[in-house]
Design a protein around this ligand. Structure first.
Ligand code: GLY
Length: 338
């Protein structure tokens, strides 16, 4: 088992390793009297009861709850249901929530933990590749509004994260590909060796998780509240979000980010920031992992849709571009320039 300590306020361990959930008891930072295990209708039938039994070994009384699977559950309505469940179970400030699932479960349970009784502890047990390398760490929690994704949320760090690749065995292939889009992103922004290893297909899943999480750790520690360096993690996201919006979310996040990385690198090449050939190299790697490299929208359509990006600052937008594979630059652009 490998361990990364995220040095935020408060700090917390991220454990990585096959079957580490079996050691759950010893990985919880304190002993809790009550635990609320929250999962979804896809994951709970596969793993819920096993995790519940493991949590019970800590001596806690464990209550379980399942939300309907899918992005449509990331709402205030689900939050209300979770709050009601927590009240029913008598969860107090010295108890904890456990999020077992992908990004939707992690984000909504994290936000419930951030707000219930003005903040209680929560543990993340991510089961999708995307959640393992991104959403379960770093403390971003949120629900969606009809007007857009993640528009209401809070920064609330988990007390521990357990990244167990064993869960990936039951992950649908399309979901795995989706996560690979973000893995490739990490290689592009900060790890040229990882990029080469992915190209050579000689990176173990555990190493891929560790390297991705190490980059995330650097960004989160340097800029927990996402006002500077952490924005490096948004490489491909400005245009990626535009693709998600234009497609009515029929293009998955990791796929959209992949195309966004290619498009912004082409733009970077034209601007003289990114070395020529970079976009092609990224495109080739995405194809190798079964990810799309183009969409039917024009660049004009993509930039127009990107104008409503929630990260826009007045009439400025910070774009993440590559100086080369493994090295990024944050470039502020006036909207009219785009
Ligand atoms: N998912 C990007 C971030 O955590 O900042």
């Amino acid at each position: 088992m490998q361990k990364l300590i995220f040095q935020t306020e408060p700090s917390y361990p991220v454990y990585i390793g096959e079957r580490i959930t079996e050691e759950l008891c010893s990985c919880l930072p304190k002993s809790y009297k009550r635990l609320a295990l929250i999962s979804d209708s896809n994951v709970y039938p596969l793993h819920g009861e096993r995790i519940k039994s493991l949590l019970e070994k800590t001596g806690a009384t464990v209550f379980s709850y399942s939300i309907p699977a899918g992005e449509s559950s990331k709402t205030h309505r689900t939050l209300q249901d979770i709050y009601a469940f927590l009240c029913e179970c008598g969860i107090t400030r010295t108890d904890a929530l456990v999020a077992l699932g992908g990004g939707v479960v992690g984000d909504v349970v994290g936000f419930a933990a951030a707000t219930y009784l003005r903040g209680v502890d929560y543990v993340q047990i991510p089961t999708s590749l995307l959640a393992m390398i991104d959403s379960s760490v770093g403390g971003k929690t949120a629900v969606n509004l009809p007007q857009g994704k993640n528009l209401v949320g809070a920064f609330h760090q988990p007390v521990a994260v357990m990244v167990d690749p064993t869960f990936l065995a039951t992950l649908p292939k399309a979901e795995y590909r989706n996560g690979m889009g973000e893995v490739i992103k990490y290689a592009c922004i900060a790890d040229e060796k990882m990029f080469d290893a992915l190209r050579g297909g000689n990176l173990t899943v555990e190493e891929m998780l560790w390297r991705s999480l190490s980059i995330k750790k650097y960004a989160v520690e340097a800029d927990t509240k996402d006002t500077g360096v952490r924005q490096m993690l948004n490489f491909g996201h400005t245009l990626g979000h535009a693709i998600e919006t234009l497609s009515g979310y029929s293009v998955a996040h990791g796929e959209a980010v992949g195309v966004g990385m290619v498009e912004i690198s082409r733009y970077g090449e034209e601007q003289g920031i990114t070395p020529v050939g970079t976009a092609q190299a990224i495109s080739d790697l995405l194809s190798q992992y079964g990810l799309p490299v183009s969409v039917q929208y024009t660049r004009e359509q993509l930039f127009a849709a990107a104008m409503s990006d929630k990260k826009r600052k007045g009439d400025m937008l910070t774009l993440v571009m590559l100086k080369q594979i493994g090295s990024y630059a944050l470039v502020d652009k006036r909207i009219e320039e785009l």
